[in-house]
Design a protein around this ligand. Sequence first.
Ligand code: GCU
Length: 592
Amino acid sequence: MAQPPPLIINVEHRRNFSLNGKWQTIVDLYDTGYYDSHMALEENGFFKNEKPRHRSDRIEYEFIPANNLLVPGDWNTQREKLYYYEGSIWYKKDFDAVLSKDRRFFVYFGAANYRADVYCNGVRLGAHVGGYTPFNFELTAHLRRKGNFLVVRVNAGRSQEAVPMAMTDWWNYGGLTRSVLLVQVPKTFIRDYFIQLKKGSLDLVAGWVQLDGPKARQRVAVRIPEAGVEQTVVTNARGFAQIEFPATLKWWSPEQPKLYRVIVTAETDEVEDEIGFRCIETRGADILLNGRPIFLRGICLHEESPFPNQGRASRREEAEVLLTWAKELNCNFVRLAHYTHNENMTRAADRMGLLVWAEIPVYWNMAWKNRATRENAKNQLAEMISRDKNKASVVLWSVSNETPSDLKERDRFLLELVQLAKRMDPTRLTTAALHIGHATVFTNTQTQFTMRDTMGEQLDVVSFNRYIGWYDALPDHCDNVMFDTIYKNKPHIVSEFGADGLAGYHGDRNTRWTEEFQEYSYKKQLAMYARVPFLRGASPWILKDFRSPKRVLPGIQDDWNRKGVISFQGERKKAFYVLQRFYKKLKEEKLV
Ligand code: GCU
């Protein structure tokens, strides 16, 4: 399937017109508007938006204002009937356009879960697969001044060959879940750029600029006015030019999240961005931020609204509340699991000073041998890196979560992802949330876990998930657990641990599902991981309760995973304060 054209980055700082708001919709469970009865593509599908011309005409569909959905937003929490819906819904938006012969128009989608087929004025533009990364299509040739209409078929179907595969422990929120923008650019415009400190340097800015359009060879200036630096380059016949220049900059860090106004000026276009400059690297078992060892005091997040009874998060104010909660925990790090979160999250992390673990949904056991699955995963990784490669807060690209070790096809699949990440962005670290092997000895006395995984050697940072006290034995068993690793010269992060606790359900610490059980689990797990000398980071699972179809225990789960230290209604559970105190002490001890 042809991929959408290359991504336009930093759309929020370009001339754009929001298409957010009410879209007229048609629920189409059997894809009547997409396939004919022989399952061939329907040439007069719903994307034509046809109306009867004569009273005898037969048109069996209609977009009407009453059947609308809000964009951005998942459909599951907008209509009771759509709560469990995972089929197709057609979206339609009417708009006019101020055309000009030297301007080009693109439609930009922050994300659409899971597959989007996009049409403009009845003409098919293409499709995108993957529910968590941005994509755009050019509209220029199809637009008229009045009466344009965009139609998007969004299908949320799951499958074993998809990315993620058919089973996940999170809700499959369907729809146009993030903003849709009409982006206006000059005929030849600055489509993409990479402007960061050179790998391993603290005073050299390096990267490149990419133009898109007929006037490929142009003089392009990159300026950081506050730092008094400017470099001018000339793009080649492909519109590409590398940049490299010395600069004395205040380095970005959680304590000082300094962002600079960066201006890229070509002869036909100019784009402004806010970019932080910092250096992230490893030295043996340490992670260094701007040359100094750092311990990542983290928490995991799903992309769900912090506001009660909502679904997918996408707005700036939601990002700011979620990250404020993380800061309240004394975090300097967030793991944005298990897929690429919306750009408001990484922009907010840049502004607020939180290091970010970014991830694609290669989750549990995938169709490792399926080429289309692998290409889909690579495409989602490329779109994530393309969008966020200038965000100082993002320091880790994670290529998977809890995938089976000792499986050759899984290793080949993940290795291609790691190599792609390194090619696209040599400045950041790669990781994956691995299983920490299996207990070598699991008795009531001592338990020894040794980190080994066939992918370990390929990653900059070795991370692992393990829930001693929730999935393995009970919290007291944490006292008898030791950890070791075969990767003596690599940093490690414990990327998940924790326990469920239903907010407001109280009992003794041995009564599962109570806040007291969760609180005691945290006390024991944190004490256990504090004894692991090769850990350089922790991200307990998870900041807030989240919806999951896997969590069906009546009266306790009811479609919610209760491992949040904050409930889905925003109540802080007892475990919240255990973690908050632990990180406060760690922060004071390690002065990082
Ligand atoms: C798993 C997985 C998470 C899941 C969590 C849990 O390890 O990575 O996606 O939600 O543990 O079981 O709650």
